[in-house]
Design a protein around this ligand. Structure first.
Ligand SMILES: Cc1ncc(COP(=O)(O)O)c(C=O)c1O
Length: 424
C-alpha cells in the first residue's frame, strides 16, 4: 500500500499538545493501479463492454474477484452503491408504492434510492449502539403486513443481530437487502456482511473500504436477480457476453423486458478498485486495532460511552461513534469547539443543522416528521470521528487522550460556574 505522508501528529502549542494530522485524507490507492489505469487511458477503452471478451474487461474481472472475496455467486459493477440499491430493488420486483423498511439512522442516499425505485421508505428505530431496534422492527412488520422489503443499512459498519433479522425476514416473507456501503470486510458469527440477505450493495466512494472515487457493487446468489440487474444496469444487445455469468439463458429470456438505466461501472474505476481487494483484511485488522485502542481510552471518561458491539460481530471500523453522557447541549457545543482547538474535529450528528444522516433532514419524505424518539435521542448526543488507515496506535492513543482532556476542560468550566453560583 502506498502510504500517505503526514505531518507530525503532535505539536506543542503554548505548552499544550495538539493533534495535527488531517483526518479527511482518503485511504491511499495501491501503486499497482497506476500502471493499469495508464494502459486503459492509452487504449481509450474505458467502456466496460468495449473489449471482445470478459477476460479483457477490468470490470468483469473485478466482479469475479469481488464475488470470490465475499463468497457469493454473482457481483455486478455499477456507478455507485445508490445505483446498486436501486437496481437491486428493481430486479427483485419492487413496484410503485411498495413499502420498504429501513433503519432510521443512515445516510440520505439510502431512502433516496428507495424513492428512486418508486417505493416508500418506512423508518425503523435505532438503538444507542447505532443498530436497528429489533422490537421496533417486529412492531413495524406487524403493523405493516404489506411491507415486503427490508433494506438494512449497516450504518458506519455496525452490524445488528443478523441471526434474528434473517429469522424475522424469513418468517414474514420479507426480501432482505443489505446496504453494506460501510461494512465491507465485517463479519457476524464468522459470516461476511453482505451475505445474509437476497442481495447486497457496496460503495467504492472515497471514504469507504475500497476507494475508487465513486463506484458500487451489487451482489447476490440468485441468478434471476442478477440476470435482470445486468440488463437494468445497461447490458443491451447481448453485451453480457463480455462478462462472467453462467446463465445466458436467463439473459436471453429477460432482454427487452426490462429498461436499461445505464449505471455501468467504467474500466478505470474497476482498475482502481481491483488491487484493493487483497488489502481488505489487512486494512480491517488495522482499523480494528485502532478502534479498540481509542474506544478503551474514551470509555475511561464518565461522560463518554462507546457502546459494546453486538455479540459475535467482528468489525472493521474506519470511524468511531460514541455517545456523550451528562452534558447539556451548551456543554456539548463547548466540547466540540474544545476538541477542534486540540486539532480533532468531531461531528455530533444531531447538532449539525443540515446533517444528511439525521432523518428529520430528509424533507423529501412524507415520513420526515415521524416520531422516532430513540433514534432522535441517540443522534442528539452521538459523536462521529473518522479513523483513516494511516493512523497508528500512537496517533489514536493521542486522539483519545485529547478528547478525554477536552471533556474534562468543559466539565471544569461547568464546575467552576457551579462553584461561583453557589458562592453568589
Ligand atoms: C450508509 C450508506 N449507504 C449508502 C451510501 C451510498 O453510497 P454511494 O455514494 O456509493 O452511492 C452511502 C454513502 O455514503 C452511505 O453512507
Amino acid at each position: 500500500m502506498t502510504q500517505t505522508k503526514n505531518l507530525e501528529p503532535l505539536v506543542i502549542d503554548g505548552g499544550r499538545k495538539t493533534f495535527h494530522k488531517d483526518l479527511t485524507i482518503p485511504d491511499p490507492i495501491p501503486s499497482q493501479a497506476f500502471g493499469r489505469v495508464e494502459e486503459i487511458m492509452k487504449s481509450a477503452k474505458l467502456f466496460r463492454y468495449g473489449g471482445k471478451t470478459a477476460e479483457e474487461s477490468e470490470t468483469a474481472l473485478l466482479e469475479k474477484e469481488f464475488a470470490a472475496y465475499l463468497g457469493v455467486k454473482y457481483a455486478l459493477g455499477v456507478t455507485s452503491c445508490s445505483s446498486a440499491i436501486f437496481i437491486g430493488l428493481m430486479a427483485a420486483g419492487i413496484e410503485k408504492g411498495d413499502k420498504v423498511l429501513m433503519p432510521a439512522f443512515t445516510f440520505t442516499a439510502v431512502p433516496s434510492s428507495i424513492v428512486h425505485a418508486g417505493a416508500e421508505p418506512l423508518l425503523v428505530e435505532c438503538d444507542d449502539n447505532y443498530v436497528v431496534n429489533i422490537a421496533d422492527l417486529e412492531q413495524k412488520i406487524a403493523d405493516n403486513p404489506d411491507a415486503k422489503y427490508f433494506l438494512l443499512s449497516h450504518m458506519r459498519g455496525h452490524l445488528a443481530e443478523m441471526g434474528k433479522i434473517v429469522e424475522l425476514c424469513e418468517a414474514n416473507d420479507i426480501v432482505l437487502m443489505e446496504d453494506a456501503a460501510h461494512a465491507l470486510g465485517n463479519t457476524w458469527n464468522g459470516q461476511q456482511a453482505g451475505t445474509f440477505g437476497q442481495m447486497s450493495a457496496f460503495s467504492f466512494q472515497s471514504t469507504k473500504m475500497i476507494n475508487a472515487g465513486e463506484g458500487g457493487m451489487l451482489t447476490t446468489n440468485d441468478p434471476h436477480i442478477m440476470a435482470k440487474a445486468i440488463i437494468l444496469a445497461g447490458a443491451y444487445e447481448k453485451q453480457w457476453a463480455k462478462q462472467f455469468f453462467d446463465r445466458p439463458d436467463l439473459l436471453e429470456k429477460y432482454q427487452g423486458f426490462y429498461p436499461a438505466y445505464n449505471m455501468r461501472m467504467n474500466e478505470v474505476t474497476a482498475a482502481i478498485a481491483r488491487p484493493q481487494i487483497p488489502n481488505i483484511d489487512i486494512k480491517g485488522n488495522k482499523f480494528r486495532d485502532n478502534y479498540f485502542t481509542i474506544a478503551n481510552i474514551l470509555n475511561s471518561s464518565e461522560h463518554i460511552d462507546v457502546p459494546d458491539r453486538v455479540e459475535n460481530e467482528l468489525p472493521v471500523p474506519n470511524s468511531i461513534q460514541f455517545n456523550l453522557r451528562g452534558l447539556t447541549g451548551e456543554k456539548i457545543r463547548s466540547f466540540v469547539e474544545t476538541a477542534a482547538e486540540e486539532g480533532i474535529k468531531i461531528a455530533v450528528f444531531g447538532m449539525q443543522e443540515d446533517n444528511a444522516r439525521c432523518f428529520w433532514n430528509w424533507r423529501y419524505l412524507d415520513t420526515s416528521d415521524d416520531e422516532l424518539p430513540m433514534t432522535e435521542t441517540m443522534l442528539r448526543t452521538a459523536c462521529d470521528l473518522r479513523l483513516p488507515v494511516f493512523l497508528d496506535k500512537e496517533d489514536v492513543s493521542t486522539m483519545g487522550n485529547l478528547i478525554v482532556r477536552a471533556i474534562e476542560r468543559v466539565k471544569n468550566l461547568q464546575d467552576k460556574r457551579a462553584v461561583m453560583t453557589a458562592a453568589d
